[in-house]
Design a protein around this ligand. Sequence first.
Ligand code: ADP
Ligand code: MG
Length: 358
Amino acid sequence: MSKKKIAVIFGGVSTEYEVSLMSAASIIDNIPRDKYDVICIGITRKGRWLFYPGDTQGILDGSWKTHPDCCTAILSPDRSHHGILKILNDGETQIQKVDCIFSALHGRNGEDGTMQGLFALSGIPYVGCDTLSSACAMDKEVTHILLDNAGIPTAPWMSATIECLADLDALAERVRARLSYPVFVKPANTGSSVGVSRAYDDVSFADAVKHAFTHDHKIVIEAQINGKELECAVLGNHDPDVSVVGEIIPCNEFYDYQAKYHGDSQLFIPARIEEEASNRIRETAAQAFRVLGCSGLTRMDFFLRENGDIILNEPNTLPGFTSISMYPKLWDACGLPYPQLLDRLITLGLERAEDLHG
Ligand SMILES: Nc1ncnc2c1ncn2[C@@H]1O[C@H](COP(=O)(O)OP(=O)(O)O)[C@@H](O)[C@H]1O
Ligand SMILES: [Mg+2]
């Protein structure tokens, strides 16, 4: 049987462009080549789509877009193409068929349903959550509303839109009345902790709000939860598997961008918690996966309070995907090595498409 062609898409117009390059390089290096051929498509920070024929080193060092054989390559929404439309440098167009898309685009314009909408139009199977679940899980306010509705515990929260910048004192008053300091202020739609800060009084709150609004026109404000930071990996479509629970000890005051990618944060797999708490987290992760309508994969992040309460912090429909990222490491600890995990994810994407069209 001929090998299936997997288009790996990376980069993108998002604050997580660099994280995407790291995830994509690992994915490309580890997709089992006895079963799959890989086609690399990079999206520049400005939104240009390019076919990239080079190696993963060029992706990691950011030079990929200057490769002399890069050419424009657009994912076609025309189902008869079922693939990428390449515009070669001499102007000739070529159709490159694709069997499944593996998007390594984190954050906005990648993890938020926009890309998934294009994949759905193209009729090409793809790895991971669909348009609606991606959009719901990306927006921290919508996630809170859906989880609250399902009775899944989240941090006490409120949201605000950009008009509130006109009267920050009034917003601070509402926050003090409903949540009390310290609070976390977050753009509704970013990831990798971009734009997230902790506020402990009116002055730091005003700074945190202004900063968050540089990333989004909606923000979410949450009461600070004290407890362990735990993550678990969900994998599957209808009746998903849930991994062991992992634990993070951020090297900074909280798990900010620096602590995630450039610091000495520690991971413990399995987490150093009671089995009973771990089971409750795993059950809640599967429940949240269903409530949000996820498919393929999602990493569910939690806090465990000292009194034993669990709080769901957030779902990540396209979590960090290097071989040392939590999602693949959790599966590795369960006996599913990274290349087999990628194979499983592609198979799940193909199966979902068959369920829909078969
Ligand atoms: N309510 C909260 N209480 C305590 N810490 C929080 C809270 N919300 C976020 N944090 C800290 O900030 C980090 C980033 O917040 P998160 O909501 O996960 O944003 P992102 O989607 O950018 O990862 C978390 O990993 C955690 O360390
Ligand atoms: Mg997070």
